[in-house]
Write a protein that binds this ligand. Structure first.
Ligand code: PMP
Length: 344
């Protein structure tokens, strides 16, 4: 049992200092010690709490933000929730421009957290004035005292992880980490953490997890944007159809691609073996580790840290829903879903 009992001034004081948990069952047969940095322990249930707090406090330090001002972002996901949470405590207005593809649950959740949500049509080009990018941009120009977080193109995203996730992992592994494995979306988590760890020990190997259907791996290898790599996939938060400037590709040694199906099954396996109820991309990171182990990446001396970006509760209607899994064709026997239903 955890021993310290503390009283906090507000929920923001609970951001960061997330646990590093050794994985001992799902890793059987894999060489080395494997640990997960479980970011679902943040109060907003994801790693995005770190960037929301850091970017907002940087703006305060620079005198750009004062109470009552407005914070704008384009997201219905974890970042939106974290910005809304920080805004409540610090007294800012929070405006989120989201795509009409976002589920009602997500929109309700953001509104519950005090955000003003603009729902923008999903089926228009990014440069269409109705798109959520353009709406956010226009609102930022119209609202005098506003800050646009712009996580894909904001270097502070990386700095947030350089100053928190990196040092925490270094301390928690007593400087013995040999590999960092993290999903790359904006790239803030992997690049910021990698920059810190490599500053301590340039030998630390950093491996990014990318999705089939995303351009990141190919860009890393060729430094060219290849539109042919792009096609739809299901994992949310991982991979991208553009090159984010919040990613430092030089800090990453290589990328591994994972499939929607294997990542979903691996996320479910994490719950069943390790008791860790984590999000889809945590399954993707674990899946990437399995593939790397298969390729002989690790030996007995490896100390591997995986980042698990968020909590499983946000995926109840997706990977943790048998009907959804079945609809995606992810249950391949006749069929696992039915087998699960008759268990009592
Ligand atoms: N997993 C999830 C669930 C996310 O929301 C994100 C953020 N897009 C990531 C992984 C990737 O993190 P980052 O943006 O820092 O690369």
């Amino acid at each position: 049992m955890k021993e310290e009992l503390q009283v906090y001034d507000n929920v923001l004081q609970l951001i960061g200092n997330t646990p590093l948990i050794q994985l001992k069952k799902i890793t059987q047969g894999i060489k080395g010690d494997i640990f997960a940095k479980v970011e679902g322990f943040n109060p907003g249930h994801s790693t995005k709490d770190r960037i929301a707090l850091y970017i907002i406090e940087e703006a305060e330090r620079k005198g750009i933000l004062k109470p009552g001002d407005t914070i704008i972002e384009t997201t219905s996901g974890n970042t939106g929730f974290s910005i809304a949470m920080v805004s409540i405590i610090k007294g800012y207005e929070c405006i989120l421009a989201v795509s009409s593809k976002s589920s009602n649950d997500k929109i309700d959740m953001l509104r519950t957290m005090g955000a003003k949500v603009y729902v923008c049509p999903a089926n228009v080009a990014a440069d269409d004035p109705r798109s959520y990018y353009q709406v956010a941009h226009r609102l930022h120009q119209e609202i005098k005292d506003s800050v646009y977080i712009n996580q894909y193109f904001n270097e502070l995203n990386m700095d947030a992880h350089f100053s928190s996730t990196g040092p925490e992992i270094w301390k928690q592994t007593e400087g013995k980490i040999t590999h960092l494995i993290a999903c790359s979306g904006t790239g803030g988590t992997i690049s910021g953490t990698a920059r810190y760890l490599k500053e301590q020990n340039p030998e630390v190997k950093v491996i990014g997890i990318d999705a089939y259907g995303s351009v990141l791996k190919k860009y890393h290898e060729t430094r060219e944007f290849d539109a042919e790599e792009i096609y739809p996939y299901r994992i949310e938060g991982l991979g991208k159809n553009l090159i984010p400037t919040a990613t430092d590709f030089d800090a990453i040694d290589k990328f591994v691609k994972v499939t929607d199906e294997e990542s979903a099954h691996t996320a479910r396996e994490l719950a069943k073996t390790e008791g860790l109820f984590v999000g889809y991309t945590s399954g993707a990171a674990m899946q990437g580790l399995k593939q790397l182990a298969h390729e002989g990446e690790f030996d007995e001396n490896s100390k591997v840290v995986l980042i698990f970006p968020d909590h499983g509760s946000r995926y109840m209607s997706k990977i943790y829903n048998d009907k959804w899994m079945n609809e995606q064709g992810f249950f391949d026997t006749q069929n696992e879903a039915a087998a699960q239903e008759i268990e009592f």
